[in-house]
Design a protein around this ligand. Structure first.
Ligand SMILES: NC(=O)c1ccc[n+]([C@@H]2O[C@H](COP(=O)([O-])OP(=O)(O)OC[C@H]3O[C@@H](n4cnc5c(N)ncnc54)[C@H](OP(=O)(O)O)[C@@H]3O)[C@@H](O)[C@H]2O)c1
Ligand SMILES: [Zn+2]
Ligand SMILES: [Zn+2]
Length: 333
């Protein structure tokens, strides 16, 4: 099969990914061999390619927003048949035995394996997955290309939304309007929550205005009301206190980035006292399935741009330059 391999981390302009012909993955008795149709491209792929986070496997195939068709099933597989459509997310494996798994917090599993980081991912013609970690997409009415971004910004965004504890009629602020914020905006609006979006770009402002009660930029102005909860996406720690200034005294702030510059709270009593700060840590299958049921009913899709398999590295360069008009890039395999 053809696959994009990462041997050595370096800036995307220096083409760290190489396309090679390698053998198809060997499957175990509980695994599915998946012929990949689409794989979304995430900012995390860029972080791994460029060395912002360490390599966990060498070489590695990146990509964790996978949609494909089961081509072969291991002897013990019970939930899927050949021909079924499945989705694969960042969460490739959890042990089910550690104290976190036993307490329903598999996102904290000490033996976790992440797709496209600890094990090979979706920028290839085939991949494999233990059946317990494949999402069943066979009965979804959304197109396969539109389902790929559900696997990362969708599922992760929904987890951040759950952490925010937003209720019908409450005010939810979103700082930064990337693909994750887009999904949260759509789901929250559908649930009768008032969404307030802080974003810098004109294109993002235009998109957010379709669904949000208020769109502005907290770097330049205050939100018109205090927020009951805020979900924060930029990796910019110096903006965190600004977000807190817009939060109710008993509000919840959810930080969703995987890495962040230094956070400094200068006025604890005014801006932090009483509020809670939480962080988004990986993803969970239970919330993933709940989210998929919800978006299927809503027929929810995201503005996306499709690239050919050979164009992966060009797409990642465009993503780095921030030149997408659409919110998500999807590779057609
Ligand atoms: N914790 C986890 O397990 C987990 C899982 C999945 C994703 N994530 C993280 O969630 C975050 C959001 O994901 P995403 O896919 O939506 O990516 P994204 O497009 O990078 O979202 C971040 C948004 O923040 C804004 N922003 C970026 N840099 C900024 C800066 N210096 N100052 C102010 N605003 C800035 C931008 O919005 P505007 O241009 O609209 O202002 C940008 O679209 C990413 O950091 C990703 O790593 C975490
Ligand atoms: Zn991702
Ligand atoms: Zn575990």
């Amino acid at each position: 099969m053809k696959a994009w391999l990462l041997y050595e981390q370096k800036p995307i302009e220096e083409n760290p990914l190489v396309m090679e012909e390698i053998s198809k993955p060997e499957i175990g008795s509980n695994d599915l061999l998946v012929a990949i149709e689409y794989c979304g491209i995430c900012r995390t792929d860029l972080h791994i390619a460029e060395g912002d986070v360490p390599l966990h496997k060498k070489p590695v195939i990146l990509g964790h927003e996978i949609v494909g068709i089961v081509e072969k099933a291991g002897k013990e597989v019970k939930k899927f048949d050949v021909g079924d459509r499945v989705g694969i997310s960042w969460l490739n494996y959890t042990c089910g035995k550690c104290k976190y798994c036993k307490n329903g917090k598999e996102n904290y599993c000490i033996n976790i394996k992440r797709t496209g980081w600890d094990v090979d991912g979706g920028f290839a013609e085939y991949t494999k997955i233990n059946e317990d970690f494949a999402f069943d997409l066979t009965r979804m009415k959304i197109s396969p290309a539109d389902m790929a971004p559900l696997m990362c910004p969708g599922i992760a965004g929904y987890f951040a939304f759950k952490l925010a504890e937003a209720k019908e009629g409450s005010n939810l602020g979103l700082i930064g309007f990337g693909p994750t914020a887009y999904y949260i905006t759509r789901v929250a609006k559908n649930m009768g929550i008032n969404v307030f979006v802080s974003t810098r770009g004109e294109e993002h402002k235009r998109m957010a205005k379709k669904y949000a009660k208020w769109v502005g930029n907290i770097m330049e102005e205050e939100m018109p009301e205090k927020m009951d909860s805020i979900i924060f996406f930029p990796p910019a720690g110096d903006l965190v206190e600004k977000a807190l200034e817009n939060l109710e005294r008993d509000g919840v702030l959810v930080l969703s980035a995987v890495s962040m510059s230094k956070i400094e709270i200068k006025d604890y009593t005014k801006n932090l006292w009483g509020r809670s700060i939480k962080t988004l840590y990986q993803v969970r299958r239970d919330y993933g399935n709940e989210f998929l049921r919800m978006v299927n009913e809503m027929n929810l899709t995201i503005p996306k741009r499709i690239f050919k398999f050979e164009e992966l590295q060009d797409a990642m360069k465009i993503m780095k330059r921030g030149e997408f008009k659409e919110l998500n890039a999807v590779l057609e395999i």
